[in-house]
Write a protein that binds this ligand. Structure first.
Ligand code: PMP
Length: 361
């Protein structure tokens, strides 16, 4: 049978999920490849989800009024400024579908969140990747210079996945001023809660000032709800209306809505876990640096080793130690900060790496 399919789809890459590790040499395995939160859900969140389970014979409330209202209150905006999705990845996809016509361009730094080019291509738009600066940060000057009349959307990932680099408020504001006001600038702040940089750009502040700025947030990272799929945009009402039109109907389940609400009520408790992860990030960063590994400073819940052609050797070493990390052959390795036991294992790998690798030039 000749199954209908879209031309070119056979060449279309699939999203690669971070690997699940195998136990090795009797070592407990840890998955440090997907920037997930290592802690189990809070008891209050489990309770809220458990209560909602008894209603799963029904479709969820499509407008998700309570959660939308709680998020609006959380950020001191109007409910008309909040668009929900099944993870911020779906909201990013909604933005591309709502803002582009076939052949329009969508710009992003590269390397950055791997879904950007896939989402852009799937929507029939054209990816416009702009190489990162050598320090792993966005080259905002090059990005501004590359904007064309067809560039409808620019994703700015702060902190950047996978390099962890942060953009300053001044740099992002100058960028917004440099691009036409008809170009939508989307600040993807999936790792917002881990970002302690004093001069960082803050999406919500820029959104309040510039109508062509939208902000993407997720419940997957700091809130630890990756498995429930919940994210949202804060954006101008006109864009939010368009996003709701292109969203998958009933995508955000009642379980996700209740878990989101319970998480917003438990922000103090979650903050302790975030603080622990931030402090663990510092501990692991120091150890990797001391071991002579090419680690970059990071304001996210992961670290980036700019390991270049040593990536293969180092990846094998992590895997022999039952740690799955995210390797980009020839470029580098992204390591998610885990719980203390997982992080101690990273430190052990770092010590082995010092012995294995010749000193860096
Ligand atoms: N943006 C960035 C920068 C990410 O790293 C991720 C997850 N890896 C997402 C968005 C999407 O997260 P989610 O769909 O789980 O909200």
């Amino acid at each position: 049978m000749n199954i209908p399919h879209r031309a070119g789809l056979e060449n279309f890459p699939s999203y690669r999920q971070g690997k699940t590790p195998a136990d090795a040499d009797g070592l407990k395995a840890f998955k440090l490849s997907s920037n997930e939160n290592p802690y189990p859900p809070l008891p209050s969140v489990v309770q809220a989800v458990t209560r909602a389970v008894s209603g799963i014979n029904l479709y969820p409330e499509i407008a998700a009024e309570e959660l939308t209202g709680a998020l609006a209150a959380r950020w001191a905006v109007e409910p008309e400024n909040i668009a929900l999705g099944t993870g911020s990845v779906e909201v990013a996809s909604q933005i591309i579908h709502a803002a582009t016509n076939p052949g329009d361009q969508v710009m992003f730094a590269w390397r950055s969140f791997e879904a950007y080019p896939l989402l852009v291509t799937a929507a029939g738009a054209t990816p416009q990747p702009i190489p990162l600066a050598p320090d792993g940060g966005h080259d905002l000057a090059a990005m501004a210079a590359a904007v064309t009349p067809k560039t409808r959307v620019v994703f700015v990932c702060n902190p950047n996945n996978p390099t962890g680099n942060v953009l300053s408020a001044g740099a992002v504001e100058s960028f917004i001023q440099a691009v036409p006001s008809s170009t939508l600038v989307v600040l993807d702040e999936a790792y917002l809660h881990f970002n302690r940089a004093e001069d960082t750009a803050v999406g919500i502040d820029l959104f309040r000032k510039y109508p062509n700025v939208a902000v993407l947030h997720t419940f997957s990272k700091a809130y630890g709800l990756a498995g429930l799929r919940l994210g949202y945009a804060v954006a101008a009402p006109g864009l939010v209306t368009a996003l709701r039109k292109v969203a998958v109907p009933f995508g955000v389940t009642a379980l996700a809505q209740e878990a989101g609400l319970a998480s917003l009520r438990a922000e103090d408790e979650l903050q302790e876990r975030i603080d622990t992860l931030v402090s663990e990030r510092g501990r692991v960063y120091d150890a990797l640096l001391e071991a002579g590994l090419p680690v970059l400073p990071s304001e996210a819940n992961f670290l980036w080793l700019q390991s270049g052609d040593r990536t293969g050797t180092l990846t094998e070493l992590f895997e022999r130690n039952a740690l799955s990390i995210r390797a980009f052959p020839g470029e580098g390795i992204r390591i998610t900060i885990g719980d203390a036991e997982a992080n101690n294992r990273i430190l052990a790998v770092a010590r082995q790496a010092t012995a294995l690798l010749a000193p860096l030039p």
